[in-house]
Design a binder for this molecule. Structure first.
Ligand code: AKG
Ligand code: FE2
Length: 326
């Protein structure tokens, strides 16, 4: 166990820290793997039901999760990312936008092994911030353009603080990133810029053609030259400051790259995404306020989806007026 003072010192100096072996394969990760098998089963079943028989070779049946997903998507060209995700997208929400709120994922968000570490950064009153995703990235040469977005393709340099609304700027939102399969430079691990978290927040643009679907990202001229790729294994967790520059490298392997990124903060502070629901993950002061039911969690998201459907909800604060965005 890393002593808390060393951990916090490293985090405060570098803007991030990787802790090995936080999550347990059996208790934390295996149930999520099993749950996502059923999400993929259902996706393939639904797609088949709507597609002509001849469009499906059946080649993916019986394969393990990763190869099966690759096979399914390259055959169907199906835009699959949002179907696995655990949050709603930043725009274009309708009352049928898919979101996955299964019990295994909910347990992962509340994992005591994870929260014990989160507590060292956030304190004992822990709120699960609704900026949370799972990213299932296909090898770049297998990813059809129709399926390419921020959940499935590479992610350009940015700070997480740049994708919330300004009312959340003063909230210490901790990014918690971890892989479901071993990540490497080859399959598109996360890369960070050490010591890039000092204020102020960098300029971001949302109009670069090389990024997917108007991703919010930092112009090249403002990206630090010191960049460190972070290969990680299942169980390892990256804790990152909200202003640390990072990106997701391109998956140039022949396997998927699967990760979760979650966020936690102190109870009561603005989340930066006021239309989306968070929940009390742990409270020493008021344990009864903790959300313990995944049905209640799913209900919160479905309610939010209903509320924002058809409205022009946006978390984008960047207007591309700066010449560096040209
Ligand atoms: O996983 C990735 O490629 C990017 C993740 C990210 O930007 C984040 O966790 O904040
Ligand atoms: Fe990020």
């Amino acid at each position: 166990m890393v002593p808390s003072t060393d951990l916090l010192q490293e985090f405060n100096e570098q803007g991030f820290v990787v802790v090995r072996g936080v999550l347990d394969e059996t208790l934390d990760l295996a149930p999520v793997r099993a749950e996502y098998e059923t999400v993929l089963d259902e996706l393939i079943r639904a797609w088949r039901a709507e597609s002509p028989q001849s469009a499906w070779s059946g080649m993916a049946d019986g394969l393990p999760f990763g190869p099966r997903l690759i096979q399914f998507v390259s055959e169907s060209r199906f835009s699959y990312g949002q179907h696995f995700d655990i949050s709603l997208p930043q725009k274009g929400i309708t009352d049928t936008t898919p979101i996955h709120c299964g019990p295994a994922v909910f347990n992962l968000l509340r994992s005591p092994r994870l929260l014990d570490w989160v507590e060292k950064f956030v304190g004992p009153e822990i709120y699960s911030n609704p900026v949370q995703h799972t990213r299932l990235k296909l090898p770049v040469d297998k990813l059809p353009p129709e399926a390419f977005n921020g959940l499935t393709g590479d992610i350009a340099w940015h700070q997480d603080q740049a994708v919330i609304v300004p009312e959340g700027d003063q909230t210490d939102i901790l990014t918690v990133w971890f892989p479901m399969n071993a990540t490497s430079v080859r399959n598109g691990c996360l890369s960070v810029a050490p010591r890039s978290h000092l204020p102020p927040m960098r300029l971001h643009c949302s109009n670069f053609k090389h990024t997917s679907k108007n991703q919010v990202c930092i112009p090249d001229a403002l990206v630090d030259p010191d960049q460190v790729p972070l290969p990680m294994n299942p169980g390892d967790v990256l804790f990152m400051h909200r202003r640390t520059l990072h990106r997701g490298l391109t998956n140039r392997s022949d396997e998927i790259r699967w990760s979760f990124d979650l966020r936690y903060q102190r109870i009561g502070d603005p989340t930066g995404r006021p239309w989306f629901p968070g929940f009390v993950a742990r409270s020493q002061r008021d344990p009864a306020s903790e959300l313990r039911s995944h049905e209640a969690w799913r209900h919160l998201w479905h309610e939010a989806r209903q509320r924002v459907a058809g409205h022009d909800v946006s978390f984008n604060r960047w207007d591309n007026a700066d010449p560096l965005c040209a």
